[in-house]
Design a binder for this molecule. Structure first.
Ligand SMILES: Cc1cc2nc3c(=O)[nH]c(=O)nc-3n(C[C@H](O)[C@H](O)[C@H](O)COP(=O)(O)O)c2cc1C
Length: 354
């Protein structure tokens, strides 16, 4: 497998179930033109057994999302290989295997983080996936640094070594352990301590592999600082999850800091999303799942996080009465303008309190 240049992973956005659907990724793309975007995890079942309509539902993306990576969940070699091929045929730029999700539901299916206990199986699956996709489509893995309370470095080192021997060259590392019993997925993103030093050791021990650091990054400056560590131990890239969603302008700031792209105004982003919504509504009107304003608006709630007028923006974009009109112009009407935001939004705010 020939890998793209490691810079292809310099800035990435995390796979997040129920959050990073295709509408969310279009928002991310407008905020960060150079970021590599990851889908929510898609399990192999609907891809293997689903029809063309189900495939479209799970795999469809908009051209502007490139480069975009499909994250798969599964542990059956043949199923993963078929799903990976389907993803590559659909046009995804990368196929990623989830070895980091600790949810009980995922564990019952014997995939996600519990796969870290079976590096030989993961290696076997990845090899089959690599063989199934064209040469230029990298097959990568996202994983934790350990399971339960075992903090031995040898565990994750051996996992990476085994998986790399199968031909996988890119590792996205959520730098905390996964606790398989007793913690919810949410707690598993907060309670096990972040240990970035483990990533630095992996980087030094496997100089030819690409490592992307994930977990706990909340500002553009932190992205810069991680990447500016001494070259032998610095990650090649960073991955932002919750911060990119809850305070999405951070993504534009990270893009600006890492690539020098001029900062877009939030108003310009809203403008792009209104245009996108208008195109989407027109294009999906006769489909089984037509796009509605609420499908896109929900991802925009964090755009004005911490800004004057941001709370009213959130309130308007979450209000069923306003959303039911299904008019993309709601986004512009709810937009806080510096200075006069109270005035132009007053009729909407009055309608909400009425
Ligand atoms: C709502 C939500 C859903 C998630 N779903 C996935 C998923 O489908 N696949 C995955 O590998 N990680 C998933 N994660 C974990 C994130 O990809 C990421 O590893 C984690 O949030 C830590 O990064 P952060 O601190 O930047 O948020 C999810 C996280 C959240 C908040």
């Amino acid at each position: 497998m020939t890998l793209p240049h490691p810079d292809a992973w310099r800035l990435t956005t995390a796979p997040m179930m129920d959050w990073t659907d295709r509408h969310c990724r279009v928002l991310f793309r407008h905020l960060a033109p150079h970021a590599r975007l990851y889908t929510e995890m898609v399990t192999t079942g609907p891809l293997i057994y689903g029809d063309a309509q189900q495939h479209r539902r799970h795999l469809h993306f908009t051209e502007c999302e490139h480069p975009v990576a499909l994250q798969l969940g599964g542990s059956e070699r043949e199923d993963l290989a078929r799903a990976a091929k389907l993803g590559a045929d659909y046009g995804y730029d990368e196929i990623n295997l989830n070895c980091g999700c600790p949810s009980e539901r995922v564990q019952r299916g014997a995939f996600g983080a519990c796969l870290m206990a079976e590096p030989a199986l993961v290696a076997d699956c990845l090899k089959a996936m690599i063989d199934a996709v064209p040469e230029g489509v990298p097959v990568t893995v996202k994983h934790r640094i350990g399971l339960d309370h075992d903090e031995s470095y040898a565990f994750v080192r051996d996992f990476v070594g085994t998986v790399a021997a199968a031909g996988c060259g890119v590792f996205i590392v959520h730098a905390r352990n996964a606790v398989l019993k007793g913690l919810s997925p949410k707690e598993n993103r907060e309670i096990p301590p972040l240990r970035y030093d483990v990533l630095a050791r992996l980087r030094a021990d496997f100089p030819s592999l690409v490592f992307v650091l994930n977990g706990g990054i909340t500002t553009a400056q932190q992205c810069v600082d991680h990447l500016a560590k001494p070259p032998a131990t610095a990650p090649h890239g960073v991955m932002l999850g919750r911060a990119a969603y809850h305070d999405s302008y951070v993504l534009a700031q990270a893009e600006h800091a890492l690539f020098g792209t001029p900062l877009p105004s939030r108003e310009a982003i809203v403008g792009h999303m209104v245009d996108y919504l208008e195109r989407e509504i027109a294009a999906t009107r006769d489909q089984a799942f037509p796009t509605r304003v609420r499908d896109v608006a929900r991802h925009l709630l964090g755009l004005y996080s911490g800004q004057v007028g941001g709370k009213a923006w959130r309130r308007m974009l979450s209000d069923a009465r306003l959303l039911n009109a299904n008019d993309p112009a709601l986004l512009r009407r709810a937009m806080p303008y510096q200075g006069d935001y109270d005035d132009h939004r007053q009729p909407l705010l009055d309608a909400l309190s009425g």
